[in-house]
Write a protein that binds this ligand. Structure first.
Ligand code: DC
Length: 201
């Protein structure tokens, strides 16, 4: 039976970790939809053609998690034809038998408005930037904290203000603010939200 969990939110809010925890707990498949846009962004050339021709190998590239790939993803993500080219794959993934967790920016609002569970995972920009900076190596990272904070704010601005599928919580999303919450506690909240819906069915 299909069962979709849509998890949206800004960069570095904890969506990935929470999505993996939910998928593991319920035995659902997980799709990090940001990786689709990152792969299109780093491929170069015409982004619409890149989106239409995206392959599994493109998603396995080792450089998808860099700051540059994040910015490139956010830039190609404003192009409606790029978003349209990635739609069918996400729809099919969401309705696969056995359940699916998709995380991104527009899953609960545009890709899967009928998702059984919608979560919006967020945190203050300074906290998200600090996490991303630590992930990149902290003091040993190539970029300093202020640069990472600037990148996070720029990406928020672009993702929230684009015309097509901007980042915003669905009206019926459960909001989880991870600013002052450990990732374990945040994952538990997400799991409880899924459990509550499954028990009602
Ligand atoms: O989640 P992420 O940081 O990997 O996403 C990278 C960029 O891709 C993000 O800044 C905007 C874009 N994106 C999107 O527009 N829609 C999605 N569902 C997922 C990501």
């Amino acid at each position: 039976m299909a069962f979709t969990v849509a998890i949206d939110g800004p960069a570095a809010a904890g969506k990935g970790t929470i999505s993996r925890a939910v998928a593991e707990r319920f035995g659902f498949a997980h799709l990090d939809t940001g990786a689709l846009y990152r792969a299109v962004g780093v491929k170069g050339g015409d982004p619409v053609a890149a989106a239409r021709e995206l392959t599994v190998a493109d998603l396995a590239r080792g450089d998808l998690r860099s700051l540059e790939a994040g910015q490139a993803a956010s830039r190609v993500a404003v192009i409606p034809e790029v978003r349209a080219a990635l739609l069918q794959f996400q729809h099919d993934f969401a309705r696969r038998a056995g359940g699916a967790v998709l995380d991104g920016r527009d899953i609960g609002t545009v890709i899967c408005p009928g998702a059984e569970v919608k979560l919006f995972v967020t945190a203050r920009a300074e906290i998200r930037a600090r996490r991303r900076w630590l992930e990149l190596g902290g003091e040993a990272a190539e970029s300093d904290y202020e640069t990472v904070l600037g990148e996070v704010r720029l990406r928020d601005e672009r993702d929230m203000n684009r015309a097509d599928a901007p980042l915003r919580p669905a009206a019926d999303a459960v909001v989880i603010d991870t600013s002052d919450l450990g990732i374990g506690a945040a994952s538990e909240r997400a799991i409880a939200a899924v459990m509550a819906v499954r028990e009602r069915r």
